[in-house]
Design a protein around this ligand. Structure first.
Ligand code: AQP
Length: 336
């Protein structure tokens, strides 16, 4: 059976981009067709300046939102990355296979390190190396597929390169995974700056729709979205990025394609109004379920406890195999 791994990092409140680009696909499609693992990858939230209490709160919230989005813990393994030591254990081995040049070419490293420097801060070493930890997240489970939004493509490519290199040097150990993306909304853009990705750790702004935004807040943000010059509603990502983004969001919510919606609307205002209502309706059941789950924190904790236990059982043999393959001596009394 196909195995899937994907994760979400608790660096901010989950956005409409996270949902349409990743989480909805996990809940509606992936968990039904494959053996799936979905993780709150909290170690990745430590790569930039962070508040420990906030990371804990956001981790709990992200896990609750995964369940509220319809991920069924009886079907999929839902867990917190730091509860399973194998990720960090394997990451070090993969650091011994990766090169510093590869790490410095990562777009997210370039963008986020530039941002940190511009703020006058220092750049954590983990910001450079976390794509290796991400490779470990995936390879530890022998995942065949990694469903992601398109900002993560480069990291999955790196994961493939590291798996192939390790296998060539030390004998076949890892499955070489591939990234999969949703057909529409693989990159939802910021409503106020449609040339930038809608990102959860960005400044809290009018351009980001959060999964837990009240309906009226969602409406206000979408009605105020930046559109483009001219008045024709056509799907042109280069020439009309604001309108194209709204068409993508609308199509993702309604299940069509943005091209088909091109020309259907006579004004930007009408498109915004319908997009806002479509988003409110898509978020409604998630928000309702979230409210129920927040009232039952013991249930969420138990899901995470069982998920971590299952994830440990699945990853341990693979990571042990990698330890042997790379040349590390097994502990005494342990069979080869
Ligand atoms: N704007 C987006 N459109 C489509 N997909 C998106 N994803 C993120 N933003 C968008 C996808 O959501 C999944 C989880 O993302 P992540 O937690 O790993 O973090 P990220 O990719 O770095 O996204 P963020 O939300 O922008 O976080 P920050 O601001 O901390 O960098 C991934 O599959 C991602 O592709």
């Amino acid at each position: 059976m196909t195995r899937i791994f994907s994760g979400i990092k608790p660096t901010g409140h989950l956005t409409l981009g996270n949902y349409l680009g990743a989480v909805r696909q996990w809940a509606e499609v992936d968990q039904h067709r494959a053996e799936s693992l979905f993780s709150v990858v909290d170690l990745h939230a430590l790569t930039v300046d962070h508040d420990p209490g906030r990371v804990r709160r956001l981790s709990r919230q992200a896990a609750t939102l995964l369940l509220a989005s319809g991920i069924d813990p009886e079907r999929a393994t839902v867990f917190v990355q730091s509860h399973v030591d194998e990720h960090a254990r394997l990451s070090y081995l993969l650091e011994c296979v990766a090169t510093d040049g590869e790490m410095r070419r990562m777009i997210q490293y370039k963008e986020k390190s530039a941002l940190e420097r511009a703020r006058g801060g220092s750049v954590r070493l983990s910001l450079l190396t976390y794509p290796v930890l991400m490779a470990a997240d995936i390879l530890a489970y022998g995942a065949d597929e990694v469903p992601v939004g398109d900002d993560q493509v480069q990291h999955v490519e790196l994961t493939r390169d590291l798996a192939v290199r390790f296998n060539q040097r030390y004998g076949h150990t890892f499955v070489v995974p591939r990234a999969t993306y949703p057909k529409v909304a693989a990159r939802v853009m910021d409503l106020q700056d449609p040339t930038s990705k809608m990102g959860k750790s960005g400044d809290v702004g009018a351009g980001i729709v959060y999964l837990l935004d009240e309906p009226d807040v969602v409406r206000k943000k979408i009605l105020r979205a930046v559109t483009d010059s001219g008045s024709e509603v056509e799907y042109d990502r280069e020439g009309k990025p604001g309108v194209a983004n709204l068409l993508e969001i609308f199509a993702a919510c309604e299940g069509g394609s943005p091209e088909d919606l091109s020309g259907v609307y006579e004004s930007y205002g009408a498109l915004k109004k319908d997009t806002a209502e479509a988003v409110v309706e898509v978020l409604r059941p998630v928000q309702e379920k979230h409210k129920e789950l927040v009232a039952d924190p013991a249930y969420v904790e138990e899901v995470l406890r069982r998920g971590a236990e299952r994830a440990r059982g699945m990853s341990r043999p693979m990571v042990d195999t990698a330890y042997r393959a790379i040349g590390l001596l097994p502990p005494v009394n342990e069979e080869l």
